[in-house]
Structures are given as C-alpha cells and as structure tokens.
Design a protein around this ligand. Structure first.
Ligand code: DGJ
Length: 734
C-alpha cells in the first residue's frame, strides 16, 4: 500500500512504493531536496510561488539547512526570475526561457507557479519527484520530473506539458531541463566532429552570454556536435579532482543546449529538443513529453563522474548492460559491396578459425532491380540480391551454424535510394520538398517516419528478417544521411512537427522491435558515431563509435566516448586502417566489445598465433572490461603513452592497456604509471600478457606488489618504440 504524507519540507528518501505530497495551501516556502548518495539538487519556492533551483552539488549532512542556501546569495532579480527551475517566457522573466508558448488566444505570455509535488519511491534505488506548475492566468500546466538513481548519483530530468485551453496551443520552445549552477567560474568541455573524426574535445571557460551546442541535422544528429557535455565549477576539473557535471540528452534528433552565464554569475543550462523549425501544436488535453536530460555530478573529478554514468547505463539504460556480448568478424572493410556466396563461405570458415562468436554481413546483400553494388542504389529494397546470394540469407545462417558460429546482418531501414523500387512505389513516403530539387547525403534520402505506414514498413524490415531467419543472431542498424529539404507528405499542415515526429516514429518502431525481440543484440551505427545517445541506446546493446578504426585515432576517440558510455557499448573492430602492428590494433579494440574486419587467411602464422592468445586473454578478461570500473590513468592528449585500466568490482582482477601515442625519438613510459581502483591492502601479481610470438616481457617474473605500492608508486609497462602496446594483467594473490 502507498503512504501519503503532508509536509512543507520534503526529504527525498522514502521506503519503496511510498508517495509523499506537499500542498501549497499549507506552505509559505517549499524546499525540495532531490538527493542521491553523494549529491543534492535543491528546489525552493519564493514568495510568489516561483520554483527555483537554489543548489546543485555535494549533499549536506543536515538536510534542514538546504532552506538557508538561497539567503546566502545576494542577488537582485531585476533581470527576471533568477534561478528559475523552468523559466517561462513573456511574463516577469527576461532571461533565456526553458519554455515559450503561444496560447490558443494568440497571447505569448506564460507564468508558472508552484502548485504541488509528489515523490514516489520506485524501489530501493530509484525515486521519482514530480512537481506541478501552473499558469495562474491560463489553463496551462507543466510537470517537471526528476528521476533519481540514488546509488549511481544520476538524475534523469524531463517535463510534460499540457493545457485545457479552447483551441490549439503552439509550443515554441520546450526544454527538458533548466539547471542553475553556482560557482566561481565555469568551464565547458564540449565535442565536435565529422565522419571519421568523432568526439574531438574542446574545453574553455564560459564567458557572459549564451554558448549553444546544437544540431539541426535531423537524423545522424550528433555528427558535427554531439549532445554530451561537461561543466566544471570553480576550476577546470581533472580526472581525479574538481567539481564537474556530466550531461547528455536522451534524444536522437535535433537538440539545443544553451549555457548562459547570467547577470548574477549563475550558470543556466537549458537543454532539450531544438525548437528551430519545430514549433509544436498541442491540442487541449494532449501531453507533450520532452526527452530526458541525464546528468551526474562529482566533486572528485571527471573520472568519478564518468564511472557513475557508466554504472547507471549498464544497470538501467542500455539493453542487457549487465549481460554478455558477441565477438565477431565483419566483412565491410575486407570486401565492401563485392562478395558472393563463395566468398562468404570462406569468411564463415575464417570466423570459426579465428575463434569469435559470430559473422556479421555488412552492406550490399540486397536489391535486385537496383542491386546494391555500391552506395548509389538499392536502399529500401530489402530482398536478397539473387546474383550474390542465390540461396538467400537463410542458407548463410545455416552455413554459419554448420561452422559453429552465429550470423548477424546489416540494415539501414530508415533510408531509401532514389534508385530503388521502394522510391518508385512510394514517393510519398520519402522526406523531400515537393517543389525543390532533391539533395542527397550519401546518395540517399530518409523515409518519413512520422507516417505510421512507414513505421510499419521499417518494423517489417526487421520483423521479416527474424521471421524468415529465426536463428539470426544480431543486427547492425545504420543511418548514413542527414535530413535535407524537410517535408512530410503525411504531416500536411503540421510540417513543423517533422523533426520531432520522425524521432518519435523511430522510437515507436524500436519499441515494437524490442517488444517482440527483447534480447537480440543490436548495434547502433550512423556512418560511424553520428547517433550515439541514450535515447537510442535504450534499444541497443552497443554502438559503432567511428568508421575511423586507425588504432592511434581510436585511442583518442574511445577515450572521449568513455566519459559517457561504458566499454561494453563500444564496438571496436580490428581493421587494416593505420600503420600500427596487429598487436597494437587488437589491444585498442580489446578496450570494449571486440570485433575484427580483416582477412584472416592473409595473416602470417605469427599474427595468427598472437590473435589466438589475445582472444584467449580477452575471453578471460572481458567480464572485467565490460562490467568493471574504468580508470583513465594517463591521457593520450598529454603524454607519450596512454594508459587505461579496468578493475573488477571486487578489486581482485584488473587489466591495464598502455599505448605509445607519440612516435618521436626517445618517447615512452620513463616513469611508472600509477594504477587506480585497487585495494591498498591486497597483494597483486602483475603480469604482461598478449606477448607477440618470440617477444619476452621486460617485467620481472612473478612481480607481486601491494595495491598500496601499485597505486602510490606505480608500475612501469616499459612502453617504447619497440614495445608500442603493452597489456598488464593484475591478479589478487591470496
Ligand atoms: C557506414 C558504417 O559506419 C560502416 O561501418 C558500414 O556499415 C557502411 N556504412 C556500410 O555502408
């Protein structure tokens, strides 16, 4: 049975299933601390019932004292509602709004007053706070949701907007969250990129005014600027020191994150769907739910914050985050579009010989009238190409089984090439302007996922594959284009809904896929990492970080992704990109979900022997890499050698990957690398693994040291130009 309480002051820790409410009729000032294990976000009403966010940081010992925080800030409020927890527009506020509307009568003014709040304890870890705000002059309501994950120190925040006006209300802006941070200066770490150049970081001090990170690409929305960011407070946080917020928007379309240093030196972070060309018409009674902004905070640096987010993602967000994954051999780099049954039969044998779990057939297997022999034709026609595969996918699945491996397949079901039967049959399913020339990205266009018939079609692509091939084990879901000429024949007068309804349509399809196929592993790909976000990852087991598989580049790309996503989600393939030896390439790919995209039969006997040993080691350590805690020991940006470590939860096993990233004369690890995350009181044996045939370790045999020593003094992996990648295994000695 649920318990209901009445109170003015509301602690955020209850027993599971309990519900707690506060009515404004009782309260002069309501203080709502939203606490997790180490942190607190505090909401408070003022005398006019405006809801403010008055604190964000480490939680206080005495929760009663949150009430006094706001009094410590001597801030005049001439600019509007300082610290508003969800800033409305067109009334007493002159700051950048979280929400802007046009009421049914054409009036553009909105005011939001606190009405009530409810805390529901979902289980021992998760609580949900709902705060209801209403406009005193209009029948217009916003509910703010704060879902907290206590142990993980993570919050997901979103809003639900609705009205009871007489007619349509237009939502002109509709943020998910409006955070207010206090500090003696703020430093933003943001990312930019492009194809094969994902996750390029930049960090700078924020100055007064608004800094915006956004996307208007529609699909593949994170291609140029991903929706993940970090904000350090007081000083730039390092890996192990400093106050830092990590945030990411759970949305796979256009987004906008405004960071405004306001007149009183508060940092306002307003994050949500990008409202550009996207005003939304809301009928009376209809609800508009924004995607969640997920965030965490640490006062112990970026490393600690990232481990919190990784733990949360494994436990609560990604599909089967605490489960296992399939190692694989992919054919994209090895064959491109040029394959047939005979070639694939060889690759299936190689898959078995290599000792991985699965073969993944990439692009090029479909299209007959317009065969998919390059990237100009065939997208949309998801029938096996009879020339390349006369016996169809089902015979390949069987052939894989005969080789003792599983079979997975690539699709790009949201897209269409103008040279396709689908385009000819359903031109009205395609996103394109009726009166303008078509503009292509990789020679293709999007299908209009706002249209339920298109949703059925896209679901059907997946469903047909699994229905016809029940033993199909895996799907790589690609998305290679952005939206040009946004226009939906289906949406008619509501064209401004397209960018939003496209993503909602995509999620509806993915919901259906997951309802019918809850466990099957799916890889999220978007011409590389153009769509890596937790909105999509809720349906996927892993993602493709970049088409850039040059291992040197990958060290940097994977390093940056790892602040936001756990290693189990990072599909890393060994390819022929780059100049590094196979050992180096394999070891970089081992820091995640290992795969290969090379021609095994062309490898030397030594390479093959090395791979045999490396896979054996990977299989015994993958649990630590996938589910353990990750420590970034030495950054590739600042050192000759990069070091990254994974440690089991029990602190009994660890693995340290070290790579030379600077090829100048005399570079290497001249001083020991300090390990992290071990138990200082335990003894560990340090052993070099993955030795290339004929190579000898330069570490002494049976090197046994305490966690204290390894974390205080460290161990030297002796990385240098003769030993460009070195893997150390750390095992507790009992
Ligand atoms: C882009 C992906 O990122 C690649 O891995 C590959 O699947 C190609 N598309 C296929 O067209």
């Amino acid at each position: 049975m649920r318990k209901t309480f009445r109170n003015y002051w509301v602690p955020f820790c209850l027993t599971a299933g309990a519900v707690l409410t506060t009515g404004s009729s009782f309260a002069q000032q309501v203080t709502i601390p939203v606490e997790t294990q180490h942190n607190a976000l505090v909401l408070q009403t003022d005398a006019e019932k405006n809801l403010k966010m008055v604190y964000f940081g480490a939680k206080l010992g005495n929760t009663k004292e949150y009430e006094s925080i706001q009094k410590m800030y001597n801030q005049s409020d001439d600019s509007g509602i300082l610290n508003s927890a969800y800033t409305p527009s067109g009334s007493a506020n002159l700051a950048e709004p979280a929400i802007t509307v046009t009421h049914a009568d054409g009036n553009k003014s909105l005011s939001l007053a606190y009405v009530s709040h409810v805390v529901t304890k979902v289980d021992d870890d998760i609580s949900l706070l709902t705060v209801t705000l209403k406009d005193p002059a209009y029948d217009f309501e916003v509910k703010l949701f704060y879902k907290t994950y206590f142990k993980e120190d993570v919050t997901e925040q979103w809003s639900v907007i609705k009205h009871g006006e007489k007619g349509i209300v237009t939502l002109n802006k509709f943020a998910s969250a409006n955070l207010n941070l206090k500090g003696a200066g703020f430093w933003l770490k943001q990312y930019h990129g492009n194809w094969a150049l994902e996750m390029q970081p930049e960090e700078a001090k924020l100055t007064h005014g608004i800094k915006t990170i956004d996307s208007k690409l529609g699909t593949r929305a994170n291609l140029y600027e991903p929706s993940m960011f970090m904000v350090s407070m007081d000083k730039p946080a390092t890996e192990d020191e400093g106050k830092v917020l990590l945030g990411a928007l759970e949305w796979s379309g256009n987004f906008k994150i405004d960071l405004e240093l306001d007149v009183a030196n508060n940092l306002r972070v307003i994050a949500g769907i990008n409202n550009a060309a996207s005003e939304y018409h809301l009928k009376p009674g209809e609800e508009f739910t924004t995607p969640a902004l997920v965030y965490t905070y640490s006062d112990q640096g970026k490393g600690d914050a990232s481990r919190k987010l990784q733990n949360w993602a494994r436990k609560y967000k990604i599909v089967d985050g605490e489960g296992t994954r399939l190692t694989l051999l992919n054919n994209w780099e090895a064959t491109g579009f040029d394959f047939n049954e005979a070639k694939l039969a060889e690759l299936l044998k190689d898959t078995k010989k290599l000792g991985v779990d699965m073969f993944l057939l990439d692009d090029g297997w479909f299209g007959n009238k317009y065969p998919r022999n390059d990237d100009h034709a065939g997208l949309g026609d998801w029938q096996e190409n009879k020339q390349k595969l006369p016996n169809g996918i089902s015979s390949l699945v069987k052939e894989a089984q005969a080789n003792g491996v599983k079979f997975g397949i690539w699709i790009e079901p949201e897209m269409v090439n103008p040279k396709s039967e689908l385009y000819t049959k359903h031109p009205d399913w395609v996103i394109k302007q009726p009166n303008r020339p078509e503009k292509y990205f990789r020679n293709q266009l999007e299908l209009d996922l706002a249209n339920p018939k298109v949703q059925d079609f896209v679901f059907g692509v997946v469903d047909d594959l699994f229905t016809k091939n029940p033993d199909l084990a895996y799907i790589k879901w690609d998305c290679n284009a952005v939206i040009y000429n946004a226009y939906s024949a289906y949406l008619k007068k509501d064209q401004s809904h397209l960018y939003i309804d496209y993503v909602r349509g995509l999620y509806k399809v993915l919901e259906r896929v997951r309802a019918k196929y809850p466990k099957v592993p799916l890889m999220l790909c978007s011409g590389g990492g153009g769509r890596v976000d937790y909105g999509a990852l809720k349906y996927f087991t892993e993602f493709w970080p970049s088409d850039n598989t040059d291992p040197l580049e990958r060290i940097f790309i994977q390093w940056e992704y790892s602040y936001f996503y756990p290693a189990i989600t990072s599909s890393n393939h060994v390819t022929d990109w780059g100049k590094q030896p196979l050992k180096f390439r394999t070891e970089v790919a081992m820091m995640g979900k290992l795969g290969f995209d090379i021609v095994i039969s062309k490898l030397s006997a030594d390479d093959q022997a090395y791979l045999h040993e490396a896979l054996k080691n990977y299989n015994s350590l993958k649990d630590v890499i996938w589910h353990g805690n990750q420590y970034r020991l030495q950054s590739p940006w600042d050192n000759d050698a990069a070091s990254i470590m994974y440690v089991s939860e029990a602190k009994s096993t660890g693995v340290v990957f070290n790579y030379l990233v600077n090829n100048r004369y005399g570079t290497g690890t001249h001083v020991p690398v300090r390990l992290k995350g071990l138990d200082p009181n335990k003894k560990y044996q340090v052993k070099e693994i993955n030795l290339y045939p004929g190579a000898k370790s330069s570490l002494e045999n049976n090197l046994t040291l305490t966690g204290d020593f390894l974390m205080t003094v460290g161990v030297n992996p002796h990385v240098n130009s003769n030993r460009t990648s070195v893997v150390l295994q750390i095992d507790e000695v009992k």
